[in-house]
Design a protein around this ligand. Structure first.
Ligand code: BES
Ligand code: MN
Ligand code: ZN
Length: 512
């Protein structure tokens, strides 16, 4: 998918379909008004009919006679007063999926009038949405049933700041492609997406984006003392890989943000085996890790002024003959002993060593993402990820940076009670804390491995994949939290996002 700016007026562009936005309860403006005038009131007429409301995603298709564009697709963006630029990603995604299915190869997507003064931010969401909308999960179909034909999206730029629109498109393209990379890694089944393959994908990203990469094999992980990580790997025939990617954007600074992602390429539950129903979804248990690798590729493309390390402990969780047995005790890299009560609580075991390793590399802030608990899905459903922090300032900075991306995060508390629930009778910790507040006892377990480093934990069990498609997105993996990872990096870098409004705290505000 190619997204680019042209100097055209929307109504002057030669294309298969011209996409324009409109809002509920306000008169047509900008591109929609121009098209409406050129086409004898066709949009206003449809709206006056009362058949089309203006909820986000409602739309009107018309064929345009005697115009350089063959069709017009008017897409509602909801209420003008509550317009948020991230809705433009859904606007563009809907356009690509609707028109792509109708075999329209080239389309043009107009900016809303509200984009004036915030062109980069708005164009970024249009590019991101067009690219993520085009993502096809039928990677393994020899005879694809439905391909999306749209491969080119022009953004008519007349009347808008040309440089800002181009900057926004470049940024949105990098983010959209990273989101799709995370989704491809996640949707690829576990027989193909092994820890070895995931490490190869990370190496490809590193080569393409000029990042450093270090992949620790089992022997090196053993020498580092990663007994907790390796306890999960020991039941599998697939060798584990501990992936470390580095981007140096500010060599003069000691600040280092670590992005850590759970990389369980398949979670059977181990000896505490899962029921068969929906177990196939456990190929998605490396979604946090996929998001780290993908975010590192976007960071390599965007070149923010910040040092970032991406860490992905990757292994299967299998019930092989060497597998962990409930009651077994292992020692993590920081010397903490862990009694494994339930081998299905494996995510926290691999993240424990990854968090210690992040600190060993000098991390000054850590954000981890994991499809960690079913309890998180019970708490928040598929509507939002959970966020838990050990540092309210950094937690607030993360939430503020993530909010404008359109991804949702809901802060959940930490109480010492949750740590108490994780104490073992025989070792320092146990790996399960019972049914109450399962997402939060899991977070409390992780907290034991981050020291005092400001840290945010994201439980993405309910948001990493969805079993229904929407008008703007295929079903399956969502790419969460790639957008939030990029946003916190940009926010900490504090630098030049053009006129992209940060809405988030700048680096000075965050300095500790
Ligand atoms: N990968 C699962 C969590 C999960 C569940 C992700 C559903 C996505 C959808 C995790 O490894 C797990 O099995 N967690 C257990 C922990 C329990 C044994 C304490 C769970 O949530 O049941
Ligand atoms: Mn599990
Ligand atoms: Zn898991």
């Amino acid at each position: 998918m190619q997204v680019y700016r042209t100097a055209d007026e929307p109504t002057g562009i030669s294309t298969g379909a011209l996409v324009v936005p409109f809002f509920s309860g306000s008169p047509l403006e900008g591109a929609a008004q121009q098209v409406d005038a050129a086409l004898d009131g066709v949009i206003a007429g449809a709206l006056a009919s009362g058949e089309v409301r203006a909820k986000l995603g409602d739309h009107i298709l018309a064929y345009a006679k005697g115009q350089p564009y063959r069709r017009v697709l008017a897409v509602a963006l909801g209420d003008a007063a509550s317009f948020s630029p991230s809705s433009l990603a859904r606007y563009a995604g809907l356009a690509v999926r609707y028109l792509g299915r109708r075999n329209v190869e080239k389309i043009a997507i107009a900016l809303p009038a509200q984009a004036a003064g915030r062109e980069a931010e708005c164009a970024s969401f249009i590019a991101e949405g067009a690219i993520t909308g085009a993502f096809d999960t039928t990677l393994y179909q020899e005879r694809p049933e439905r391909r999306l034909a749209t491969s080119e999206v022009a953004v008519p730029g007349a009347g808008f700041d040309a440089a800002a629109v181009e900057r926004g498109i470049a940024r949105g393209t990098a983010i959209g492609e990273a989101v799709n990379l995370a989704r491809r890694l996640a949707v690829t089944p576990a027989n193909d997406m092994t820890p070895t393959r995931l490490a190869e994908e990370a190496e490809k990203v590193a080569r393409a984006s000029g990042l450093e990469i270090d992949v620790l094999d089992e022997a090196r992980a053993r020498r580092e003392g990663m007994g907790s990580f390796l306890s999960v790997a020991q039941g599998s025939a697939q060798p584990p890989k501990f992936i470390v990617m580095r981007y140096e954007g500010d060599p003069s600074s000691k600040e280092l943000l670590a992005l850590v992602g759970k990389g369980i390429t398949f979670d059977t539950g181990g000896i505490s085996i899962k029921p068969a129903e929906h177990m196939e979804d456990m190929k998605y248990d490396m979604s946090g890790g996929a998001a780290v690798i993908a975010a590192m590729s976007a960071i390599g493309a965007l070149k923010p002024k910040l040092n970032v390390v991406g860490i992905v402990p990757a292994t299967e969780n299998m019930p092989g003959s060497k597998a962990t047995k409930p009651g077994d005790i292992f020692t993590a890299m920081n010397g903490t002993t862990i009694e494994v009560i339930n081998t299905d609580a494996e995510g926290r075991l691999i993240l424990a060593d990854a968090l210690v390793y992040a600190n060993k590399l000098g991390a000054t802030r850590i954000v981890d993402a994991a499809t960690l608990t079913g309890a998180c899905v019970i708490a928040l459903g598929h509507a939002s990820s959970a966020a838990v922090t050990n540092d309210e300032r950094f937690g607030a900075a993360f939430l503020a940076a993530a909010k404008p991306t359109g991804e949702r995060y809901w802060q959940m508390p930490y109480y010492e009670d949750y740590t108490t629930a994780m104490k073992s009778d025989i070792a320092d910790l146990k790996n399960t804390g019972g049914r109450p507040a399962g997402a939060l006892t899991a977070a409390a377990f992780l907290r034991e491995f981050v020291d005092d480093t400001p840290w945010v934990h994201l439980d993405i069990a309910g948001t990493a994949y969805l079993d229904a498609e929407s008008a703007w997105q295929a079903k399956g993996p969502t790419g969460v939290p790639v957008r939030a990872f990029v946003a916190i990096v940009e926010s900490l870098a504090g630098g030049d996002k053009g006129n992209v409004r940060s809405n988030g705290a700048r680096s000075e505000e965050l300095a500790v």
